[in-house]
Design a protein around this ligand. Structure first.
Ligand SMILES: NC(=O)c1ccc[n+]([C@@H]2O[C@H](COP(=O)([O-])OP(=O)(O)OC[C@H]3O[C@@H](n4cnc5c(N)ncnc54)[C@H](OP(=O)(O)O)[C@@H]3O)[C@@H](O)[C@H]2O)c1
Length: 208
């Protein structure tokens, strides 16, 4: 699958490397495709990745928003994402990471859908750290990746891409449930930083 990734930082870079390793074609949409950081990342992705503009990344069948929340409005409004599957990974964090800027009666996921007119938005890859996106395996037990959205086919693609990375995907309902997932992401961040757990932990749903 051709996947365009807006942003090539911790999250964009990790997702891109993971998917490239599993045979997907990655196009990182970045401000400076020739920067040393981007060139290093491309080299680590093997022959399956390249870098270009955000507009080029937006031509892929699946587009990932791995930008800081504050950059999302301008970036998404500038692109033609009509009909695209848009995986929104942005957490609307306060700058001191003490909480969320948005919610509880709306969400960054719903705002992304408003900015990216006509895109099929799935909120995913938010409730855990990028280190777990590189390796979601805990002693043979995969972490859960919750996702939500309103388009069943787009959600199926998102789930498959999460499974490709080693997560167990769990459908968490409509896009309005980003109002629930974004606070769950905040809980992970709180536990990691203020709770002192650092980064090597994650959420796993158990059933019986
Ligand atoms: N870090 C995590 O563990 C984690 C986990 C889940 C979700 N998230 C969310 O994922 C998103 C990305 O986080 P991250 O940790 O990957 O951040 P990051 O490492 O700082 O990377 C951000 C990327 O966005 C680009 N960028 C920043 N401002 C931009 C702008 N105004 N226009 C265009 N590109 C811009 C940066 O490009 P330059 O290199 O050119 O600056 C960089 O490629 C955030 O919304 C975050 O809340 C993070």
């Amino acid at each position: 699958m051709k996947i365009g990734i807006l942003g090539a930082g911790n999250v964009g870079g990790t997702l891109g490397q993971g998917w490239a390793r599993r045979g997907h074609e990655i196009l990182f949409g970045v401000r400076d495709p020739q920067s040393p950081k981007t060139r290093d990342l491309i080299a680590q992705c093997g022959d399956k990745a390249r870098a270009g503009s955000a507009a080029e990344a937006a031509t892929c069948e699946v587009v990932v928003n791995a930008l800081p929340f504050a950059a999302g409005k301008e970036a998404l409004e500038a692109l033609n994402l009509k009909g695209k599957v848009l995986l929104d990974c942005a957490n609307p964090l306060k700058s001191d990471l003490s909480g969320l800027e948005i919610g509880p009666n709306t969400s960054a996921g719903e705002m992304a859908a408003d900015w990216a007119k006509g895109a099929k938005v799935v909120k995913i890859f938010i409730s855990t750290g990028y280190n777990n996106m590189a390796n979601p395996d805990y002693g043979g037990n995969p972490l859960t990746m919750f996702y939500c959205g309103d388009d069943p086919a787009a959600k199926g693609i998102a789930a498959d891409l999460a499974r490709d990375l080693g997560f167990t995907p769990v459908d968490a309902g409509p896009l309005t449930n980003a109002r629930l997932l974004e606070p769950l992401a905040m809980l992970w961040i709180w536990l990691a930083i203020r709770g002192g757990m650092q980064r090597e932990f994650g959420f796993r749903l158990v059933t019986r």
